[in-house]
Ligand binder design. Structure first.
Ligand code: AMP
Length: 172
């Protein structure tokens, strides 16, 4: 796991003062590192019958689409507002300042479809919790959630209102 960690770049004070941005682009650019990362993200879910992977815009698309291929599952993008045509299902959620919204096509999941949510970073947990609510409203059966990085000090895991497993590959 050290080799994956060493390919993530810490950028201080981005996008605002006091935030350490975890830049995954060096990892994505490293063929071996990216492949090992997807193998390691997939490992806990092998044999759990995942049928759909829901990736959160936008870095969740990159990891989620690769993970869907690895797990022989379909991929569903959970998008920010204004990107998808109707009919849509939406969930609003609070950010540190202001609010945001995640949307998916209203028929994006089949009833009871076994679904895994994927994002790059778990910070305060609001985004992942909104994705969980969206999967529920779409009628999917939540298998769990997978993130590359958990920022453990921000308490996001405590906001995960589900008995389904929340797996993080790396903890900072
Ligand atoms: P949160 O809702 O607070 O858990 O924030 C998670 C979302 O914000 C994820 O989609 C991340 O891509 C992004 N994010 C939050 N904090 C960081 C960070 N320090 N570095 C990179 N991305 C972050």
């Amino acid at each position: 796991m050290q080799s994956i960690r060493s390919l993530i770049r810490d950028v201080a004070d981005f996008p605002k003062p006091g935030i350490v941005f975890r830049d995954v682009t060096p990892l994505l650019a490293d063929a071996g590192g990216f492949a090992r990362c997807i193998d390691a993200l997939a490992e806990p879910w092998q044999g759990s019958g995942v049928q759909a992977v829901c990736g959160i815009e936008s870095r969740g698309f990159i990891f989620g689409a690769a993970l869907a291929q690895k797990l022989h599952a379909g991929f569903v993008p959970l998008r920010k507002p204004g990107k998808l045509p109707p009919p849509l299902v939406s969930v609003d959620y609070q950010l540190e300042y202001g609010s945001d919204r995640l949307q998916a096509r209203s028929d994006a999941l089949r009833p009871g479809e076994r679904t895994l949510i994927v994002d790059d970073v778990l910070a305060t947990g609001g985004t992942l919790e909104a994705a969980r609510t969206l999967v529920e409203r779409l009628g999917g059966e939540l298998v769990g959630a997978s993130v590359l990085i958990e920022l453990a000090g921000l308490g996001g895991r405590a906001r995960w209102q589900s008995p389904a497993r929340l797996h993080a590959l790396l903890s900072y």
